[in-house]
Design a protein around this ligand. Structure first.
Ligand SMILES: Nc1ncnc2c1ncn2[C@@H]1O[C@H](COP(=O)(O)OP(=O)(O)OP(=O)(O)O)[C@@H](O)[C@H]1O
Ligand SMILES: [Mg+2]
Length: 264
């Protein structure tokens, strides 16, 4: 089926409008906004890492409030239980010797999710997340991998995972194709806007449905990769290799898909 991209496209207009409204409220967060909106179109997950109070939640909450569909949002701590994220075990099912979770309203049923302080989660939660983020399936414990509707997982943390924090956190970080360090506001004008504006919350005049996001994704897929863009990506990968940064094959492959959706 050939998809024709019309000149007047309400979905593209909604993305443009949201991009404008987010960047006029959030100070010096243009790159993060583009990253998150592109992730939405690319069906990839995003991790923002930055010091406390640099606007991560303000951005991610705003994007989550822009999307329709089923959502799940949680601030993770080391005490957060699997039940809080995946749902309680069904007692009715247990009586029939079956192990099942009641997932309604929890992560396994969410199309859009925001996991704040993702690296603070317990091993049990992290292990389930690994598979859910990558393969988009959830095994409630009975050995049956059920597909999940997850389209976009947004996550935030104050610190990057490091070799000291173990392989588990590094594996979770790897599941986020799009990762960015968020820096505090740098410019004097930005600092003044922060200090003297009472309310920084973006006012979004539209909302977007999962179906519209799906439509944007299909259209983005029709965009061709120009030869010079391909060369540029290969140069970037070679330059990174010279600096000792060697993204894995999965990350390289996914990056070529994501770049197609990027607005810049
Ligand atoms: N770049 C910014 N633009 C606009 N407001 C900002 C910005 N950075 C911080 N703020 C202000 O600081 C408040 C705190 O930001 P927010 O809660 O989003 O930080 P955070 O990065 O999520 O912090 P934490 O890591 O502690 O969760 C915001 O509600 C907003 O008022
Ligand atoms: Mg926060």
């Amino acid at each position: 089926m050939k998809l024709l991209r019309p000149d007047i496209d309400p979905v593209r207009d909604k993305f443009a409008q949201a991009r404008l409204e987010l960047s006029s409220a959030l100070i010096e967060r243009e790159d993060e906004i583009d990253l998150v909106l592109t992730a939405l179109v690319a069906n990839e997950h995003v991790l923002l890492v930055g010091p406390p109070g640099c606007g991560k939640s303000l951005l991610l909450d705003s994007v989550l409030s822009w999307t329709g569909g089923t959502k799940f949002s949680i601030l993770l701590t080391k005490f957060t239980t699997v039940e809080e994220v995946m749902g309680p075990v069904s007692l009715a099912a247990l009586k029939e010797d079956k192990y099942l979770r009641i997932t309604s309203g929890k992560l396994p049923e969410a199309e859009f999710a925001y996991l704040d302080e993702v690296f603070k989660a317990s091993s049990a939660i992290l292990n389930t997340l690994l598979r859910m983020l990558n393969e988009r399936v959830y095994d409630a414990g009975d050995g049956v991998a059920r597909p999940v509707p997850l389209k976009l997982c947004l996550a935030a943390s104050n610190e990057w995972a490091s070799p000291d924090t173990g392989k588990e956190l590094a594996a979770i970080a790897d599941r986020f194709l799009l990762r960015k360090t968020v820096a505090p506001i740098r410019s004097q004008a930005g600092r003044q806007k922060l200090l003297w504006t009472r309310d920084h919350a973006p006012r979004l005049s539209t909302t977007i449905t999962p179906a519209e996001v799906g439509q944007a994704r299909l259209w983005a897929l029709t965009l061709p990769w120009a030869d010079d863009a391909k060369d540029a990506l290969e140069i970037v990968l070679k330059e990174l290799a010279k600096e000792g940064v060697q993204p894995g094959d999965r990350r390289q492959f996914k990056t070529s898909g994501w770049s197609r959706r990027s607005p810049t």
